[in-house]
Design a binder for this molecule. Structure first.
Ligand SMILES: [Mn+2]
Length: 401
């Protein structure tokens, strides 16, 4: 991405906030073991505003004077020697800010800005994050507390950022298309090679190898390669089981390219699929096709949800899982959402819109999971809402078993 992209994003956010002041932080690096850190993934909003992929940087945007500064991480000489630190000049070029300042200079600048701005805007994790089964990165919370000591009011601008990020710009769509294309090719490769695989992890290894070898790309999220009953564990990532002939193998994999994620699912047969498996899969394929066809610009989101529920209910009837409409059974056999926004985060916020708008990119991923029959199916495509309809970015990848 060019610096102009990040400059534009900062300007649009400042405009939405009526020329206010914004202070945001990168994630902190996190301990993996003893003196080693985990591989680093940047906080998506911070990346969207700066392009900086390193931990511990901060950003100050004065929407009134239209100026922005990056704040260097406060690191020891030893850390600098072992890990290196992004050069100031490079950081300035990447992000297009007006200056790069030290931690102490930033403190002075914020005190000075506090005279002009009584309110400061920052980004912090939404409340639902409390339900996660892991610790949150502490950087945003720490910054929030620091800002409370300097400014009379701290307000979150998560919503404004989410609605900006929900409408993808041309260069973002290009990046998503690249990620999708790379991921589609990895899927077709492993589909061809299905007869040669004996374990889930062999499929994962081939996909990882392809991403890295072709495009120096990583997975956008932990890949799911789930055979048989494993497919009913929605976030199964062990990928360690043996494949048996006749297994349905659910693959949910996406590469990240130029900062943007793909997120695709297919279900492939190891050996010959049973008649039952074939019929459920065919039913799901048809439901998936219909649901994609519902999407269009201006469609009411709640109307879409109703249509999706009706269509999935019909699918469950077709495969004799239910006889009559039954919401509880629908939640049992199709327990996850029909989709989500897709972008820098693999689960990108769409900004809680009432209507689908051109520029939104989202997944459509109906699934049917029957633990009693050791069967799980999901078909997931990545869809762009356009001015006139939709473009299925992963349409070129066959949905066949
Ligand atoms: Mn998904």
């Amino acid at each position: 991405m060019k610096a102009s992209f990040f400059q534009y994003n900062r300007a649009k956010l400042a405009e939405k906030l009526g020329g206010g002041l914004i202070v945001a932080t990168a994630y902190n690096g996190m301990q993996r073991q003893n003196d080693m850190a985990f591989g680093f993934t940047q906080e998506a909003n911070f990346w969207y505003l700066t392009g900086i992929e390193e931990p511990d940087w901060k950003l100050i945007v004065d929407g009134t004077s239209h100026k922005a500064w990056l704040v260097l991480p406060d690191v020891s000489e030893e850390h600098r020697l072992f890990d290196g630190v992004l050069d100031e000049k490079v950081a300035k070029q990447l992000s297009g800010v007006d200056g790069v300042i030290t931690h102490d200079e930033a403190q002075a600048k914020m005190r000075q800005l506090a005279k002009k701005h009584s309110v400061v805007h920052t980004v912090s994790q939404p409340e639902y994050a409390a339900h996660f089964s892991f610790h949150q990165n502490p950087a945003q919370h720490q910054l929030h507390q620091e800002l409370e000591r300097i400014f009379s009011a701290v307000q979150l601008c998560n919503k404004e950022l989410a609605s900006l990020r929900a409408i993808k710009q041309t260069e973002e769509i290009v990046a998503i298309e690249k990620a999708v294309k790379l991921t589609m090719q990895a899927f077709s490769n492993v589909k061809q090679a299905m007869p040669s695989y004996a374990h889930e992890y062999e499929i994962e290894a081939d996909m990882s190898h392809y991403f890295k070898f072709e495009a120096a790309a990583e997975h956008a999220y932990d890949p799911i390669i789930a055979a048989g009953h494993n497919a009913c564990t929605l976030h199964y990532t062990a990928n360690s089981a043996k494949l048996k002939s006749g297994d349905m193998v659910l693959l949910d994999v996406g590469a990240r390219v130029d900062g943007y994620a793909a997120d695709i699912s297919r279900t492939y047969a190891k050996g010959k699929a049973s008649a039952r498996a074939q019929s459920i899969h065919a039913t799901l394929e048809s439901a998936h096709r219909d649901i994609v066809s519902y999407l269009q610009p201006g469609l009411d989101v709640s109307e879409y949800m109703t249509k999706v529920n009706d269509r999935m209910m019909q699918a469950l009837k077709e495969v004799n899982l239910i006889k009559h409409d039954d919401n509880e059974a629908l939640r049992k056999y199709f327990p996850h959402a029909i989709g989500h926004g897709l972008g820098i985060d693999v689960h990108d916020s769409l900004g809680a819109p009432r209507y689908f708008k051109p520029g939104m990119v989202m997944t459509v991923e109906p699934g049917i999971y029957i633990p009693d029959e050791k069967l799980g199916f999901r078909i997931e495509d990545d869809i762009l809402i356009t001015e006139s309809g939709v473009r299925n970015l992963s349409k070129g990848l066959s949905t066949a078993l």
